[in-house]
Design a protein around this ligand. Structure first.
Ligand code: SF4
Length: 326
């Protein structure tokens, strides 16, 4: 997964990694999968063709219509990048056919209008899916959503979720990634003991080769779990994961959503409590309410249009999920 800063600022390295990994995995008789999350500004015809030829999944970082996108996504000279990104999205639509392209929206302070953002990205720009990532524990505190704003974000996610349900009963998808993901977990009976794949099926490698739990820790003060040239610190990683399991067992074992939340994001806890081992107990109620809403939505679809899952959720995992999960 090629993930920012902006990965396309070092396209030669991406090509080197892709060539190496394709050859190495082919030699092992295995397949390898790539995805890229990009702000799209550096895309050109040649690069799009390269991504297409190598079946590299793409998610575009875009925060909605210009009034929202241009608040934070600006050039070094201070100009909004919406117009440029919208042009590049057209380029992608014209030349890239390897996989469906998703939009990844970062919700920062003052931006909670989920429905308007989804409408613009799905209906006007034509993204296949739109996923929302609320910023609550970013490095720059002034970008973080306030507690009230986060509650509004969840309320608005539920409003878009109602639209999702209406469409699902009509056998249509409105490409709301967060809802897709939640329903997939419920449908597949996901039972997490750890909150995500960080440190288990995924690590992040920073620009200098340091290995971190995930991209959110790259650049933080948390010590690395090894280095690319020296190898992964498996002992340290195992210790960390075991300690987290013990912490979780202390406080989450009676929670009804423990199999889906599993104590919440490590980095969220790190930013909030300076302790990645601590579960994210500061927004449990919001999460429980969101999962309850997901269960309600799931049961409605299951009762009235069960074919929706096979048509829209199962195929998605194969070609789409990796680029959105970043
Ligand atoms: S919602 Fe809270 S109590 Fe429940 S599993 Fe998540 S962090 Fe633990």
């Amino acid at each position: 997964m090629f993930f920012g800063g902006e990965p396309l600022s070092n396209l030669p390295l991406i090509k080197q990694v892709v060539t190496y990994a394709e050859q190495r995995f082919a030699g092992l008789g295995r397949t390898v999968d790539f995805s890229l999350t990009t702000n799209a500004t550096l895309l050109n015809e040649k690069t799009v063709d390269y991504l297409n030829d190598h079946n590299i999944g793409i998610a575009v970082s875009i925060d909605g219509p210009p009034a929202y996108h241009d608040r934070n996504r600006i050039t070094v000279g201070g100009r909004g990048t919406y117009d440029l990104v919208a042009e590049k999205v057209k380029l992608l639509k014209a030349r890239y056919s390897a996989r469906p392209v998703g939009a990844r929206v970062t919700l920062t302070r003052g931006i909670t209008d989920i429905e308007a953002i989804w409408d613009h990205l799905f209906n006007t720009l034509g993204f296949h899916e739109v996923g929302f990532a609320p910023v609550t524990a970013g490095d720059v505190a002034s970008y973080n959503l306030s507690g009230d704003e986060l509650a509004t974000v969840f309320a608005n996610m539920k409003r878009l979720g109602e639209k999702y349900l209406e469409a699902a009963l009509d056998n249509r998808s409105i490409g709301f990634s967060n809802m897709h993901q939640l329903l997939t977990d419920i449908h597949e009976g996901t039972r997490k003991v750890l909150p995500c794949g960080a440190g288990v099926g995924m690590v992040a490698v920073d620009h200098a080769g340091g290995i971190d739990l995930c991209h959110r820790f790259s650049g933080s003060d948390m010590p690395h779990f090894g280095e690319v040239n020296k190898g992964l610190d498996k002992t340290g990683l195992n210790q960390f994961l075991n300690q987290r399991l013990e912490q979780r067992n202390l406080g989450c074992n009676s929670c009804q959503i423990r199999n889906l939340c599993a104590g919440g994001c490590y980095h969220e806890s790190y930013a909030r409590y300076n302790d990645p081992l601590k579960p994210t107990w500061h927004y449990c109620e919001l999460l429980r309410d969101w999962v309850d809403f997901g269960i309600y939505t799931y049961t409605q679809i299951l009762a009235k249009n069960p074919g929706f899952f096979a048509r829209y959720l199962s195929p998605r995992r194969a070609h789409y999920e990796t680029s959105q999960s970043a």
